[in-house]
Write a protein that binds this ligand. Structure first.
Ligand code: SF4
Length: 506
């Protein structure tokens, strides 16, 4: 084996971690024998096996693994039973907390040196490395080990894994989107360097001689998947992307505007699909398109491929005017689109304009209604608390969702965080923003900064929380969509959720 890509726990056990999987796919596409080992899958299943007699656990796992479509109430019951078991992790490892998407240590997770110190005396991962990583290295003898870290939830295990690899004389390189983001726009990269080294902040291209990031993504093939445990998903979910960076690249608060915009070639997408193993293809995979925003021209190129391979798919879209075209949405639906994650963000046009969002509530209303009419599930992303947002502007958002509720299947409500590096941070004075000093210490990694607005000493996040709880989620019509949106196993499972009038792709 040329490369073994490891993804430390924890990432949600419902689909392969996207960055690690794309890295392994690109190396495979360039002709390198590449193995992919998702250690979250191993971590969770081992914990489930140790707790096999917990009431309802096996029935709940079977429900999530064996059904291609989920009934919302049964899904909620199954996820609840699984969480009751995950909560007992803390009985075995005092101070640690485990959920289906997070593993929190008993020290601040933003402090790599504190985690490193903790692991000297409290090390919950070593038996996992011995039974999985050691075995994979012995069986496959990779020339190079790559460790991909995308989320903070992976940081404690990633640091532990580095110790293990170093102690056993196994050469590795670490990379992944968490490290890339911190390097490009965050604070505290040097702290990570003290515990995770060496680090490669390219998208993987620098592993190959004379390779640009664009060329690296021009070939993709299914890697060798090493774990034998199943994902908690009735249909296999496969990460893929049509682009990296963002085709719009205009929002003032976006930290990723400087990221190179790369469109993937149609032949790379076709190469990937034609290499999906038959055993997976027979289970009608769902492609999770990872784009920050799916570029319409790339989506058009992807649709016939998805249709010919009989795949389902879902991904992020900007609710723009061109997405109001009923013919286009019908074709999208017929080609297998199960769900659109729609960045509606606000119901107030002036607010969206102030931050150069380039989208308009009147178009968002039409996109929502037209998508639902074509049987495409809608997962609506709202962003409250943009600097200077007024109660009236928040009320417009509530009204938009209330008016279109029959077309809103799921809701994601988030509260604005100020990225450390973005145009808005640079123009803070113009927006009456006072950027605060770090609340924590110089031993903390940060992607965001605390802030207040002129005339107030309190973070705007507090008043936003109150609006969401007392006005938005309390709206009786909106409440249905809030309750329908599960807390756990979100995006991937939502595309498979049974909703009246939406496609099921039998
Ligand atoms: S659409 Fe998203 S990724 Fe693109 S610029 Fe705006 S915030 Fe950034």
């Amino acid at each position: 084996m040329d490369y073994l890509v490891l993804s430390p726990p924890v990432c949600p056990p419902s689909e392969p971690p996207s960055g690690a999987f794309i890295l392994a796919s690109a190396l495979s596409g360039h002709g390198y024998h590449t193995g992919f080992l998702d250690l979250s899958l191993e971590f969770y299943h081992r914990f489930f096996n140790e707790n096999g007699d917990s009431p309802g656990l096996q029935r709940s796992l079977d429900y999530l693994i064996q059904n291609a479509t989920y009934a919302p109430m049964l899904h909620r019951t199954a996820a609840g039973a699984i969480h009751r078991v995950l909560k007992t992790y803390t009985d075995h490892h005092p101070g640690w907390t485990l959920t289906a998407m997070d593993l929190t240590p008993p020290v601040p997770v933003h402090q790599p040196l504190a985690i490193n110190q903790l692991l000297q005396s409290d090390e919950p991962f070593i038996s996992l490395w011995e039974s999985t990583v050691a075995k994979a290295i012995q069986s496959h003898r990779p020339k190079k080990v790559l460790v991909s870290i995308a989320y903070l939830s992976q940081l404690p295990a990633a640091i532990s894994l580095m110790h293990y690899l170093r102690q056993n004389g196994i050469a590795y390189t670490a990379g992944g989107s968490l490290l890339r983001s911190l390097h490009a726009t965050g604070e505290g990269f040097h702290l990570l360097r003290q515990v995770i080294d060496p680090i490669d902040v390219s998208n993987g291209a620098s592993l190959l001689a004379n390779m640009t990031e664009r060329d690296f993504l021009s070939r993709l093939a299914f890697p060798q998947v090493i774990s034998e445990y199943p994902y908690l998903s009735g249909r296999p979910v496969l990460p893929l992307t049509l682009s990296t960076g963002c085709f719009w690249s205009g929002c003032l608060f976006c930290p990723d505007r400087d990221m190179k915009y790369i469109q993937l070639r149609t032949d790379a997408l076709a190469q990937f699909m034609s290499t999906i193993p038959g055993s997976i293809r027979d289970q009608r995979p769902v492609i999770h398109l990872l784009d920050s925003a799916m570029p319409p021209n790339r989506l058009r190129a992807f649709m016939p491929l998805a249709k010919s391979f009989r795949l389902g798919f879902y991904g992020f879209a900007r609710p723009e005017r061109r997405l109001t075209d009923a013919t286009f949405l019908r074709e999208l639906s017929e080609s297998g689109c199960l769900m659109l994650q729609l960045g509606v963000e606000s119901g107030n046009d002036a607010l969206l304009n102030r931050f150069n969002k380039g989208i308009h509530p009147k178009d968002a209303r039409r996109v929502l209604q037209a998508s639902a009419e074509q049987g495409i599930r809608t997962y609506v992303y709202l962003l409250f608390g943009l600097p200077g947002e007024t109660d009236m502007e928040r009320e417009d958002t509530r009204q938009l969702i209330n008016d279109t509720i029959d077309a809103v299947d799921f809701l994601n409500l988030s509260i604005f965080n100020l990225p450390r590096h973005c145009e808005l941070s640079q123009r803070a004075d113009e927006f009456n923003i006072t950027v605060d000093k770090y609340a924590q210490t110089s031993s903390t990694i940060e992607l965001y900064r605390p802030f207040t607005l002129a005339g107030s000493s309190e973070s705007p996040r507090k008043s936003v929380r109150s609006f969401i709880a007392n006005r938005f989620s309390a709206d009786p019509k909106i409440r249905q969509a809030v309750l329908r949106t599960p807390k756990w196993f979100r995006a991937a499972h939502l595309a498979m959720m049974a909703i009246n009038g939406r496609n099921e792709q039998d």
